[in-house]
Design a protein around this ligand. Structure first.
Ligand SMILES: Cc1cc2nc3c(=O)[nH]c(=O)nc-3n(C[C@H](O)[C@H](O)[C@H](O)COP(=O)(O)OP(=O)(O)OC[C@H]3O[C@@H](n4cnc5c(N)ncnc54)[C@H](O)[C@@H]3O)c2cc1C
Length: 463
């Protein structure tokens, strides 16, 4: 078999892999990026692209405040060194993206945020994560990185104690590639790997509906496990992170535009403005795990003005000219108790704007004013607990070197993005998965390009 040669090989072309490839190639390393699917993008391109940054022109300063928010959102757990690294590198990463033509337009305040950390792409463009990955792919190609779609990495090989080679399958069959300086695993999460979920997840986790990229099979995790990598938060990281339409496999977030969420008995069970993962966790114990989002034309119009409308589309939307007709339709579709639902929604409408019995006053987190569901026509999405990512994965150093089960570095092997565990602990704040991919992807690319000669002081970029 012919052996391809490179300095740095990056596995996966989502946000983390593309950021790594740009850094490695711009750093002078011959860089090859392998992407298993027909095109790059991964979950990052499907995402709303909300990216939590501090220290930017949009949100000046705030390192300590974002750090405190991160630690609180991570339930006080996880690797605090990685949280510190995140906030220290956030501003520089936002600027680095802008220098490569990727400009955020504004920022929004989502659940668990004390300030509007979530930076957004302009609504006028392609929008969301797809705009970020498109820009990064252009930057990677410009820097000379070779991008190979349809090439799936399968196994890593050691020479001595160092990872130097990788086998995979491509359009022309099996291939082998040697990396003189390092291999970066940026293959995303394992939300579509039924066996991993069965082994590590709680009972019922197999019912969680993934709305992630097709490549989220945990390939990189499997390859790293074969070399004895350490892992962090595998089990607590497996829980639903957002409502999904089980028919189309699409995420649905009408609650943040003003929808009320009820269970099959017609009862609300969680404040809709809270973090979608907390709501979805509560959904796991509802009858038949049904989480029905009921909304009106006002909410639908507002949703169209948000970035979510770019990413979270394609779900089945039930519609009716009046609320009783809609609820009767839902009774036929999924067994909703229509009479109880009508009473619940009337009660909800009466309680606003002062705050309803679950304390909802806002659309999302502490921002936006919750509005009654009373503006015809009416709509609903029948959803169940789904997921956009899991939080657990391989353990890394602050240089994104993969650690083994004893905490020692596996020479030549780096990882970044959703594949890593420990940054989030068991829980997370919105917009930090894309942030984690971009910030840590850059560090992994730089570290791999420098090989063993680098040290953390060279890696950190302070402005
Ligand atoms: C609908 C949706 C909305 C979301 N919205 C947000 C948001 O707004 N903000 C936020 O912070 N997070 C969000 N998330 C989560 C976030 O998008 C992801 O966790 C993050 O982008 C993952 O980045 P990544 O680069 O690690 O992985 P990915 O973007 O998934 O990229 C991994 C890539 O590796 C490829 N790959 C896999 N296996 C192999 C292999 N063996 N060989 C070669 N290539 C391989 C995959 O095909 C994929 O292209 C959202 C997720 C979804 C699905």
């Amino acid at each position: 078999m012919e052996v391809m040669l490179a300095d740095v090989v990056v596995v996966g072309g989502g946000g983390a892999g593309l950021a790594a490839a740009v850094e490695a190639a711009e750093g002078g390393a011959r860089t090859v990026l392998l992407e298993s699917e027909g095109a790059t993008g991964g979950s990052t391109a499907l995402s709303a692209g909300h990216t939590a940054f501090c220290d930017t022109t949009i949100v000046p300063g705030g390192r300590e405040a974002l750090y405190a928010d991160l630690i609180a959102a991570h339930d006080g757990e996880g690797d605090h060194g990685l949280s510190r690294l995140y906030v220290d590198e956030a501003g520089a990463t936002c600027e680095w993206l802008a220098e490569r033509g990727i400009h955020f337009a504004r920022s929004v305040q989502l659940a668990k945020m004390s300030r509007p950390w979530a930076h957004e792409m302009p609504l006028s463009g392609k929008g969301g994560g797809a705009q970020i990955t498109e820009g990064l792919e252009q930057a990677a190609r410009k820097a000379g990185a070779q991008i190979l779609p349809g090439h799936r990495a399968r196994r890593l090989h050691l020479e001595g104690d160092r990872v130097t080679m990788l086998d995979g399958d491509g359009p022309e069959g099996a291939f082998r590639i040697r990396a003189a300086r390092g291999i970066v695993l940026a293959s995303g999460g394992f939300t579509r790997n039924a066996e991993m979920i069965r082994n590590w997840g709680p009972k019922g986790a197999d019912k969680i509906v993934p709305f992630t990229g097709a490549g989220s099979r945990g390939d990189g995790l499997t390859m790293a496990l074969a070399l004895g990598c350490g892992t962090a938060y595998m089990a607590p990281g497996i829980s639903p992170t957002g409502p999904a339409d089980p028919v189309t496999g699409k995420g649905v977030l009408m609650i943040y535009a003003g929808a009320v969420m009820i269970n099959r008995d017609g009862q609300r069970f969680h404040r809709e403005s809270d973090l979608y993962s907390d709501i979805s966790k509560a959904g796991m114990s509802q009858p038949d795990t049904l989480m029905i989002q009921v909304y009106d034309q006002r909410a639908k119009d507002y949703f169209a003005t948000t970035m979510w409308a770019r990413a979270l589309t394609g779900f089945v939307e039930h519609a009716a000219p009046d609320l009783p007709s809609l609820l009767n339709k839902l009774a036929e579709e999924c067994g909703l108790d229509a009479a109880a639902a009508a009473e619940t929604i009337a009660d909800y409408n009466r309680s606003l704007p002062d705050g309803d019995r679950l304390g909802r006053r806002h659309l999302v987190g502490d921002s936006g004013q919750a509005t009654p569901v009373d503006s015809a026509p009416y709509y609903a999405a029948i959803t169940r607990p789904g997921t956009s990512h899991y939080n657990g994965g391989v353990q890394v150093t602050t240089r994104m070197e993969v650690k083994d089960v004893f905490g020692n570095v596996i020479p030549g092997l780096y990882a970044a993005g959703e594949i890593i565990g420990g940054f989030h602990g068991p829980n997370y704040m919105s917009a930090t998965q894309v942030g984690k991919a971009l910030i840590f992807g850059r560090i992994a690319g730089r570290s791999a390009a420098m090989g063993d000669d680098s040290n953390i002081n060279q890696v950190a970029t302070s402005r």
